[in-house]
Design a protein around this ligand. Structure first.
Ligand code: NDP
Length: 397
């Protein structure tokens, strides 16, 4: 039996805590800590009511490496699940190294003052994790996360060579608000307003933000306009899928969402630098985050489905083949099970599966790893059993 320390008590942290509490056969001790301890206590009460299990809670500012390291040395968890914000990745990785604890997250590091995300900062820890005999698993959410594992599965079982991958992410649900983001608003808006980027024949190609779109057919949802974005899993998959010629990422957005975003951008509300307001320093995107609905609060009454997967094309036995490997998840169902909407659920469940892979030794290694570097089979069996079944659909090649 294992002990898990969860850091972060937002939309995703809530799902992770519920699912760890459900996993009685794996985790005999679940500790949830975050910057605002009252959010952890509220979740613990909800988990006691819904899952009938007691979890422990506490407060932690994970930007403080010494404080995190002290907590880890006192508690000695088998694994840390970091579902705070990407800004905390490096401080928590430092603390895990210092205390000798394995690490997992769902989003790659971003420096707070530059809207830029890439793996270089976390890959720079490879040698230190290797030397310390510890494991860090990066990006164990849905995308990145399950999408990387779908690609590894396609490589292992479905193709002799993979030529192209398009990762397709559709939230076909409705929360009834004029404008809201489904995960942390600051991180979400930074991602969407960045320049688009995809990888083709060894080169990164850039596009203006949200300037390239195409229609895709999403199982469980239907045809939706999807916009080309840069997403972090492109960086590792371009390196780890053999013979790949092109990889792109697409996400659907409704017209009202895009219109709000355009207006907010035009008036400067998505800026990430400090501006002076009557002698106070204000970062517009942080003020916007404080005004927008908390992603966790969208869950009650959310209807519709998410449909996310990988459209993979290549050759099998000398013949062209194209498949869509995907999951469909229903917002109302996830609310019933863990009081969360499907975007939090599809991120939190794979985080728990990743941690289960690590503590049971089904995935092991010393160093820093992306998901596609591990055997996809035990992960896919576990994530399906925990609530995210997956399907392979043949498409005309
Ligand atoms: P939320 O904003 O809802 O929650 C973030 C939590 O982290 C809050 O509880 C917050 O505390 C806590 N936190 C922030 N700073 C600190 C700190 N310094 N120390 C301790 N705790 C801190 O975000 P989400 O739950 O929506 O997202 C969580 C993570 O999941 C993000 O990194 C996001 O990028 C990632 N994600 C990954 C996806 C994937 O598929 N791979 C998809 C969606 C999200 P407080 O309550 O005080 O603000």
């Amino acid at each position: 039996m294992a002990k898990v320390l969860i850091i972060g008590a937002g939309g995703v942290g809530g799902v992770v805590a519920h699912k760890c509490a459900q996993a009685r056969d794996v985790f005999d001790d679940v500790l949830l800590v975050s910057r605002t301890p009252s959010r952890c206590e509220k979740l613990a009460a909800e988990i006691a009511a819904v899952q009938g299990r007691t979890i422990r809670t506490g407060g932690l500012d994970a930007d403080d490496v010494a404080a995190t390291s002290r907590l880890l040395k006192a508690e000695r968890p088998d694994v840390v699940i970091n579902v705070a914000l990407p800004y905390q990745d490096l401080p928590i990785m430092d603390a895990c190294l210092d205390a000798g604890v394995d690490y997992l997250d769902t989003a790659n590091y971003e420096p707070p003052d530059v809207a830029k995300f890439e793996y270089s900062w976390q890959w720079a820890y490879r040698e230190r994790y290797r030397a310390a005999g510890r494991m860090a698993l990066l990006g164990s959410g849905f995308d990145p996360g399950v999408t990387n594992v779908y690609c590894a599965y396609a490589q292992k079982h479905l193709f002799d060579t993979i030529a192209t991958i398009d990762i397709l992410d559709c939230n076909g649900g409705s929360h009834g608000k004029a404008f809201a983001t489904n995960f942390n608003p600051e991180i979400n808006i930074r991602e969407i307003t960045a320049r688009g980027r995809y990888w083709e024949r060894g080169e990164w190609k850039e596009t203006d933000p949200l300037s390239v779109s195409a229609m895709f057919d999403y199982p469980g949802v239907g045809e939706r306009r999807s916009f080309l974005l840069y997403h972090e899993e492109l960086e590792s998959l371009a390196q780890n899928i053999r013979g790949l010629e092109r990889i792109r990422f697409w996400m659907t957005f409704g017209e009202p969402y895009l219109k709000h975003l355009e207006v907010l951008g035009n008036v400067g509300m998505t800026r990430i630098d400090e501006v002076d307001y009557q002698g106070h320093k204000v970062v517009p995107i942080k003020l916007l985050k404080a005004l927008l609905p908390d992603p966790a609060s969208l869950a009650p009454g959310y209807s519709g489905k998410t449909s996310i997967g990988c459209l993979v094309a290549g050759l099998k036995d000398g013949k062209p083949r194209k498949v869509f490997i995907y999951n469909v998840c229903d917002h109302a169902e996830t609310y019933k099970e863990v009081r969360a909407q499907a975007v939090s659920y599809t991120t939190g469940v794979p985080a728990v599966t990743g941690a289960v892979m690590m503590v049971t030794g089904k995935w092991k290694g010393h160093g820093v790893f992306n998901m596609e570097e591990m055997d996809p089979d035990p992960f896919l069996a576990d994530v399906a059993a925990r609530g995210l079944p997956w399907h392979v659909e043949e498409r005309p090649a």
